[in-house]
Design a protein around this ligand. Sequence first.
Ligand code: ZN
Length: 305
Amino acid sequence: MISRGSRLPVMWKRILTVSVLFGFCRLGALGVLRFESHSGAIVEITARSLRPGEMLLALFRPAEEGQEARLTFLRKSYDFHSGGPAGKRLALVGVDFLTEPGSYRVEVVFSDTSGRKETVQKYIRLHERSFSRRDIAMDPRLVTPPAELEERLARERTILAEVYRNAVPEWLGSGDFIAPLPDAPKLNFGEHRLYNGVPRSRHTGVDIPAEAGSPIRASNSGQVALAMDLYFSGRTVIINHGLSIFSVYCHCSRLEVRTGQSVARGEVIAAVGSTGRSTGPHLHWSVRARGARVDPYSLLCLGLE
Ligand SMILES: [Zn+2]
């Protein structure tokens, strides 16, 4: 959902975007926490910032052959998979945007081939994050869909649930995530949404206003888990990057990929449009990480390459 805002010339918008993203990158990839076993194996966690709605990257470097590590945080456990930089193994840890700020324990269990285990614990402090608020005037039929649509909506909910259940236990991405469009995003991740004055939902993605027809690029490599027209999100592409990380691209005018095919990072997957529940041409871009809803821009500078 967007309103056409600034009328900056395209070139200036691009320059602004590049500097904004560069700023994100300089802030990002902060060394946050380091866990070390007696044998010298290391797990290091980095992130753009430590707030609800951010993606954390954990990298594991074994000290000897056959060593394993397992990380537990916010009641989820993570194994490490090949695909990290410099031969390190990786885990991607999403912090859902509704997580309460506060101090949380992170536990890493190192194990070796002889079955010996060593547990290292540390605490991460999640800082407050403020979310914007927006009242949107909207066709009442789109806010509360008519009863005859219930069957279609139920079918679409089932399809989406199946897409997100398909956990590929390996990393399909290649290097760092990129923005799907060069245009400047709105800072509306997690926004409180009111439709015609009534609080309805939270905005779990980021809107990127762009010219209708602009090419949308895959943020990272993976498999197209869904490419179809949905009632709310319009023409939609979902890419499965493995490890239960999904990127979602909504309101497209045209889809350039089919369900099941592989895509490379940067490949054109769709064109910007205003299909579904939308008030103007833009891309609604979101990311899910094992069910956690995270700001997609927190993935851009993680240091995956
Ligand atoms: Zn949106």
